[in-house]
Design a protein around this ligand. Sequence first.
Ligand code: SF4
Length: 231
Amino acid sequence: MPKQKTQKPKQPNQPVRRDCSVCTLKGRPRVFTEWHDPNIVIVGQAPGKTEAKEGRPFLGAAGKFGRKFLKAFETATITNSARCYPPEDRKPTAKEMKCCKPALLNVLAGAQEIYLLGRPAFDNLFPKKSFTQYVGSSFREDGKLWHILYHPAAALHNPRLRNRIIEDYKLAGESTEITQAMPIEVPVIRPDDQILKPDAKVIIADTEWDSKGNILVGAMDEEGRFYQEVL
Ligand code: SF4
């Protein structure tokens, strides 16, 4: 009789870990998720030069355009398909996004409404669907409302798309089903982590694991000071 493999049952609510050791972006500057309302999440592709320097997503020219025209930026949690800055400001590859996907899925697990900005972010989560067919539209799947939009960088690189993108951003904002922002939940940082002052009010936090099992914590306090630590 063939020997049967015994599989450890998966524990519910256990965060899935990604494996950075097999990712070509290993060791590159990392930008953590910017946590605000966990019910609404904006997903980009990967940090650019400015984001890598500042340690927050969507801060460069494209990010400023997005923050100006897409209302969800006022309340949403903001993250990327790949957390690390690709060399020469290139887009992340499908393989890099796949390596990072467990971290993204952890952020999306509790979200009700998700904005996917750009083809890489869309293809990473919906490989069987066509970005061209869905861009500018919203649909429901897995109990979540998905808004499929151009990345704001497209408005800067292709001026002919600018007005279309502004219009899509406006319409996506109007079709939102969540009218009341939920209180900000900070999932992991505690004063006894000794990363922040005990009385600091954390406005951004994220926890991840590297391939050795170290816990990495990123946080920003209310005065805008950014912290990254390995626990
Ligand atoms: S955090 Fe994501 S992008 Fe960075 S090395 Fe790990 S898997 Fe790759």
